[in-house]
Design a protein around this ligand. Structure first.
Ligand SMILES: *[C@@H]1O[C@H](CO)[C@@H](O)[C@H](O)[C@H]1NC(C)=O
Ligand SMILES: *[C@@H]1O[C@H](CO)[C@@H](O)[C@H](O)[C@H]1NC(C)=O
Ligand SMILES: *[C@@H]1O[C@H](CO)[C@@H](O)[C@H](O)[C@H]1NC(C)=O
Ligand SMILES: *[C@@H]1O[C@H](CO)[C@@H](O)[C@H](O)[C@H]1NC(C)=O
Length: 403
């Protein structure tokens, strides 16, 4: 009587199992219920386009395991203090976010300034800030008739004088926990009268070439020049027949471009054109397998971003240049870097990549990294804004000295 038969023990155990399964189902049902009800914009983005948030292709990153983990850490902890300005200040137009959608070549700096204040990364409490943002826009200073190209040096010097006298934060570190963002090439000399900014602060700039006197590699970081477009992608991005090997068109303002055109101008597989084309530039990129980005006066142009937008594998022909987001992205997985001395070998190099199927790999990866080269009015994960922030996160200081 007292001892149960093995059969009834099994029966009781089975009942318990069924009970637990039901409880678990109910709990997960409740959880689902609450997540569907409290869908954040981020979850929504994940649902409507799961690709957006998934970083499962580790090949395109230097460290594909560490990056998403550290990125999430950044989202939790990174705090930036923005030096505050009022609408009625005389130079508010060069310091405060614009109220229109940024356009054109220097959109990256205007976007950053516009999007940061709306993001989770801003703090009103300078004591909890990891970094301090100097919000002047070089592009807007340049086009302000009161300042102009000639007046930028003095403006920045005066601005820094004001900041270091009105606030205590600059002097604590000599500016090493401060940064500004600029995409206009004038930025390369804008800090001439504010040498501490150049030598100590983080310069997040599109002009990240070593031969530019203002840029200090490793301390500073490269950001892409991006021409914003209304559509996320061109309609025939994937279906376009890419019959041409490579494409370049642009002003011939430097030795490397001159050489490119001299060697390849009559080629049947490479189109190397002096100056603008009569046909739309985007159409030519859609027809080409590789799009050439050849240094001109500077190295940065919107061409790299344009090439990726049109699904064309970028070929970078420039020496001594920090590629945008180079601390995160492994450019060798989705682009080709060719030294300027190898211009005569270009066709051989590119053709061998097509034969060896390397082109397929580069192209697939390039389509995966496109999202890192797009700005959005409201930032979304892993877009150009978040990538720019991650470059800053990597450079945040861990110590402060009393000076
Ligand atoms: C991530 O993995 C999913 C499922 O395996 C796949 O469909 C998707 O293409 C991958 N995404 C990326 C960015 O590689
Ligand atoms: C510096 O502060 C003075 C006094 O408040 C102000 O008039 C001037 O416009 C400021 N200059 C800059 C460049 O911020
Ligand atoms: C920071 O240092 C500068 C130069 O030494 C000085 O003029 C300024 O008053 C200092 N700022 C503060 C807030 O103490
Ligand atoms: C290309 O063709 C033009 C016109 O025939 C000629 O003048 C030029 O020298 C050619 N260039 C090369 C690199 O062969």
């Amino acid at each position: 009587m007292g001892s149960k038969s093995p059969k009834s023990t099994n029966w009781i155990a089975l009942n318990w199992i069924v009970f637990f399964v039901l409880v678990l189902c109910f709990v997960s049902f409740l959880e689902n219920l609450s997540t569907t009800r409290l869908l954040s914009t981020e979850d929504y983005a994940k649902k409507s386009n799961p690709e957006l948030l998934i970083i499962n292709n580790t090949e395109v990153y230097h460290d594909g395991d560490l990056f998403p983990e550290d990125y999430n850490e950044m989202k939790k902890r990174f705090k930036i203090y923005i030096y505050p300005h009022e609408r009625d200040e005389p130079f508010a137009n060069t310091l405060l976010p614009v109220d229109y959608e940024p356009r054109g070549n220097y959109a990256s700096e205007v976007y950053f300034n516009k999007v940061l204040p709306k993001s989770r990364f801003v703090t009103d409490d300078p004591n909890s800030a990891d970094l301090f943002y100097l919000p002047f826009s070089i592009a807007r200073l340049r086009s302000d008739p009161r300042i102009g190209v000639e007046g930028i040096h003095d403006f920045v010097r005066d601005y820094m004088w004001n900041v270091s006298n009105e606030y205590a934060y600059w002097n604590r570190t000599g500016g090493t926990d401060h940064f500004y963002v600029a995409c206009h090439s004038i930025a390369q000399s804008a800090m001439e009268k504010a040498s501490e900014v150049k030598l100590n602060s983080i310069q997040l700039v599109c002009t990240s070439s070593y031969f530019v006197s203002g840029y200090i590699s490793h301390k500073d970081a490269g950001m892409p020049q991006i021409w914003p477009r209304d559509e996320e992608e061109p309609p025939n991005l994937l279906s376009s027949k890419r019959t041409r090997l490579a494409f370049f068109a642009g002003a011939i303002n430097c030795g490397a471009r001159e050489e490119l055109v001299q060697v390849w101008e009559n080629d049947t597989e490479i189109l190397a054109n002096r100056g603008r084309l009569k046909t739309p530039y985007g159409d030519e990129m859609l027809k080409s397998k590789f799009c050439l980005h050849v240094r001109g006066y500077g190295v940065n142009t919107a061409r790299i971003g344009d090439a990726m937008y049109y699904g064309c594998v970028p070929v970078i022909i420039a020496d001594y240049y920090d590629l945008p987001f180079a601390d995160i992205l492994d450019w060798s997985s989705f682009s080709v870097v060719v030294a300027t001395r190898d211009i005569p070998l270009l066709k051989k190099i590119l053709k061998s990549m097509i034969r060896s199927k390397e082109y397929q790999r580069l192209r697939d990866n390039m389509l995966r990294v496109r999202k890192h080269f797009q700005w959005h009015p409201s930032p979304i994960d892993y877009d150009a804004f978040h990538m720019a922030l991650y470059e800053l996160w990597l450079r945040r200081g861990h110590f402060r000295l009393r000076i």
